[in-house]
Design a protein around this ligand. Structure first.
Ligand SMILES: *Cc1c(COP(=O)(O)O)cnc(C)c1O
Length: 383
C-alpha cells in the first residue's frame, strides 16, 4: 500500500528534543522557539514571527489581532479548511464566502468587489497547494477599501509570489505580503513540528506588540523578559498559543533540512507532471495550475476530474490497487454547520473542486519508483 501521506524524519528530531529536555526550559519561548522564529525572520524577511501550537492557533491569533466587532464581515474562500473560517467566526465576525477561480482553487480576486460592504474588515486569501493567490489584485482591493489581509499560508512554506506587473520586483515570500499570515506544521504539511504546530507572521508593525501579548495569555511577559518593563501583568485578551520547546526542537530539525526536503518533493512533483501530462492532453483530467505570478512549493499534486462520479471511481480504482489517493475540501458554505447561515449565493467553481479534485500521494519518503507505479496505474486505467 502506498499511503497518501507519511511524515518524514530528518534524523535530528530526537537529538534536539533530548537537548530541549535536558538543557533548556521546556515551556514555550525558549531557545529552540527563538531559533525557529529567527530563522523565518531572516530567511523570508518577515517582520515578526511567533510559533504556535497549530496553524489554527495562528489563524485565531490573526482574528484576535483584527479586533473585530460583532457584525463585521470577513471574506473567506469556501474551498478551504474549516479553521480559515472558524477562527473569524469565533471572534463574532460574519463570514462571507467567496468562490474559487475557474483556473485553480484559489479565491477569485475579481469577485471581491461585489462582496464588500461597509462592514467588511478583512480578506483571507488561502494559498491552496502552496500556489500564490493573485496578491496584487487582492492587496489593491484591500487598500481601496481600507481592509486587512490575513494570508492563510498553511500550505505555502517556501513559496513565492512574483508580480508580473513590476518585473524588477524581488519575488515575495507567501506569508510576507498581507498584514499578517498563518503557517501550519501539521504532519500533512511539507514540514512538521512533531505532528502539530504553526507560525504567526506579523508584517505590519502596528500589530507586533499586541501579537506578543495575545500569545502570552494577555500579559506583557515578552517585554518583561527583554527587560523593557520591570514587572509584567495582565494587559489585554489572549490565550496560551505557545508550543512547548519539545515541539520547537522537532521543528528545528526540519527547518535545517528544508532545502533538501523541498528539492526532493519538487522532483517527485515533476515526475507526476511529466508522466500525467499526456493523459491531461487527452482531456481525462486537468493538472495543477500554476499562474505566471506563482511558484510551486510541491505541497500537493492534484488532478481535477470531469465529475464526482468519475472521481469516485478513480479513487476506488487506485485504492483497490494499493494507492491512497484522497479528495479534499467539501465546500464550507454547504457544510452541515454553515449551510443555514450562508446567504444562498452559488459558488460553482468551489463546488466543482469539492466534487472533482483528487490528491495523489506526495511526501518526502515517497520514491521515484512509487510515483512511476502510481502513474503506470493511472495510464492503465485510461487505456
Ligand atoms: C492545514 C491547514 C490549516 C490548519 O492548520 P493546523 O495546523 O492543522 O491547525 C488551515 N488552513 C489550511 C488551508 C490548511 O491547509
Amino acid at each position: 500500500m502506498i499511503n497518501f501521506n507519511q511524515p518524514h524524519l530528518t534524523g535530528k528530531e530526537a537529538h534536539y528534543m533530548y537537548e530541549a529536555v535536558y538543557t533548556c526550559k521546556l515551556s514555550g519561548n525558549g531557545t529552540f522557539t527563538k531559533r525557529c522564529q529567527a530563522w523565518f525572520e531572516q530567511r523570508y524577511g518577515f517582520r515578526k514571527t511567533l510559533l504556535t501550537s497549530s496553524g489554527t492557533d495562528a489563524l485565531e491569533m490573526c482574528a484576535m489581532l483584527c479586533d473585530l466587532k460583532p457584525g463585521d464581515e470577513v471574506i473567506v474562500p469556501s474551498y478551504t479548511f474549516v479553521s480559515t473560517a472558524l477562527a473569524f467566526l469565533r471572534e463574532g465576525a460574519k463570514v462571507v464566502f467567496a468562490d474559487s477561480m475557474q483556473r485553480n482553487p484559489n479565491i477569485d480576486a475579481e469577485s471581491l468587489e461585489a462582496l464588500i460592504t461597509p462592514r467588511t474588515k478583512v480578506i483571507v486569501p488561502v494559498h491552496y497547494a502552496g500556489i500564490a493567490c493573485d496578491m496584487d489584485a487582492i492587496m489593491a482591493v484591500a487598500k481601496k477599501h481600507n481592509l486587512l489581509v490575513v494570508e492563510d499560508a498553511a500550505q505555502a512554506i517556501d513559496s513565492y509570489y512574483k508580480s508580473p506587473i513590476t518585473k524588477n520586483q524581488y519575488p515575495m515570500p507567501l506569508g510576507g505580503i498581507g498584514h499578517m499570515a498563518a503557517f501550519s506544521f501539521h504532519e500533512t504539511k511539507n514540514i512538521t513540528a512533531g505532528g502539530e504546530g504553526g507560525l504567526l507572521v506579523v508584517n505590519d508593525e502596528r500589530f507586533v506588540r499586541r501579537a506578543e501579548i495575545i500569545w502570552e495569555k494577555g500579559t506583557n511577559r515578552a517585554e518583561f523578559f527583554r527587560g523593557e518593563v520591570n514587572k509584567y501583568g495582565w494587559v489585554d485578551l489572549g490565550s496560551s498559543f505557545l508550543p512547548s520547546e519539545v515541539n520547537a526542537a522537532f521543528l528545528w530539525a526540519q527547518l535545517e533540512n528544508l532545502d533538501m526536503i523541498q528539492a526532493k518533493r519538487k522532483k517527485l512533483w515533476e515526475t507526476y507532471l511529466k508522466r500525467l501530462k499526456p493523459l491531461a492532453e487527452k482531456g481525462y483530467f486537468t493538472l495543477p495550475d500554476i499562474p505566471e505570478y506563482a511558484t510551486n512549493n510541491a505541497h500537493m499534486f492534484y488532478l481535477v476530474l470531469p465529475s464526482l462520479e468519475k472521481r469516485t471511481a478513480f479513487i476506488k480504482y487506485l485504492k483497490d490497487n494499493g494507492v491512497g489517493a484522497v479528495f479534499h475540501y467539501l465546500s464550507l458554505h454547504s457544510s452541515e454547520y454553515y449551510k443555514n447561515r450562508h446567504d444562498g449565493r452559488e459558488l460553482p467553481n468551489c463546488d466543482r473542486y469539492a466534487d472533482c479534485l483528487v490528491r495523489l500521494p506526495l511526501f518526502y519518503d515517497l520514491t521515484q519508483e512509487q510515483v512511476h507505479t502510481i502513474c503506470d496505474l493511472i495510464h492503465a486505467y485510461y487505456q
